[in-house]
Design a binder for this molecule. Structure first.
Ligand SMILES: [Zn+2]
Length: 274
């Protein structure tokens, strides 16, 4: 399939990316033809959308069911005061078209659910989890693992954040290799009750955007088989290796999750009781 050509204007627009031999014209061409789905247009989704739009991602899908609130503005940097009350997907679409007309934006004013996620991710090359709850996190992992779709996971809370990339390779661990089930509700803090520094979401979202570009242009090493944890208070990044769990319920040797319809995406996010 023919994609966009690197004409004079595009060569100039993306010149600082193309000049790097790791990207080059072929890498830029791959970026311009790529299709990326951003799930959650919030604190993580904002920098992801901003940098992927600027980089020239060809098609960007944005999934979010919320409207912009005044309390979002300290970290969700793609929205303005005038956007308060508007659908995030509509404001985000406008933001992207103001940065880069090369990007085709497809919006989904909904949340990901077991009955829509497979069709949502189907046409995209790479998925970004910018959600903020365990149900969506497990659902995205399970749908991407079963569909063999590469995706980036990110999370932030207070002054810290973490990033992992799951390239959908058979030798690579998935999120359930690390956490088999979700913790009991109420035992883990969230940003609404514990807070988050806006710039911390900026760091983690920017890392997710970088992982996306690396995957598309086939550059460098992804954060796979390891987790990177960022601590803004002492400004440190810590890396922990993660092994593939042979007993993982979805990607192990004898998986018990073969269909997302088998899973109850509430509470522990484990198999439905028969
Ligand atoms: Zn696994």
């Amino acid at each position: 399939m023919e994609g966009p050509k690197l004409d004079r204007e595009r060569l100039e627009r993306y010149s600082r990316q193309i000049i790097m031999e790791e990207i080059g014209p072929n890498g830029q061409d791959a970026i311009l033809k790529s299709k990326v789905l951003v799930i959650g247009a919030g604190g993580l989704g904002s920098p992801v959308i901003q940098y992927l739009a600027a980089s020239g991602v060809g098609t960007m899908g944005i999934v979010d069911r919320d409207t912009v609130e005044i309390s979002n503005l300290h970290r969700q940097v793609i929205y303005r005061v005038e956007d308060v009350g508007r659908k995030k997907v509509e404001s985000a679409r406008e933001f992207v078209s103001n940065i880069n007309p090369d990007v085709k934006v497809e919006t989904y004013h909904t949340e990901v659910k077991p009955n829509n996620i497979l069709s949502l991710i189907k046409k995209y090359d790479f998925v970004i989890d910018g959600t903020d709850n365990f149900e969506s996190c497990f659902l995205i992992n399970d749908a991407c693992t079963l569909s063999k779709k590469p995706y980036s996971y990110g999370a932030v809370l207070r002054f810290s954040g973490r990033v992992m990339t799951f390239p959908a390779r058979s030798d690579s661990p998935c999120y359930r290799c690390l956490f088999k089930t979700a913790p009991p509700p109420g035992t883990i803090l969230d940003c609404a009750t514990a807070g988050v520094l806006g710039s911390v979401a900026g760091v983690i979202g920017s890392m997710q955007a970088t992982e996306t570009i690396k995957n598309i242009a086939n550059v460098g090493e992804l954060v796979q088989g390891r987790i990177i944890e960022y601590n803004a208070l002492n400004m440190s990044f810590e890396e922990t290796m993660i092994r593939k769990n042979p007993n993982c319920p979805i990607c192990g040797k004898d998986p018990i999750i073969k269909n997302i319809k088998d899973v109850e995406y509430t509470g522990a996010c484990t198999l439905k009781r028969k």
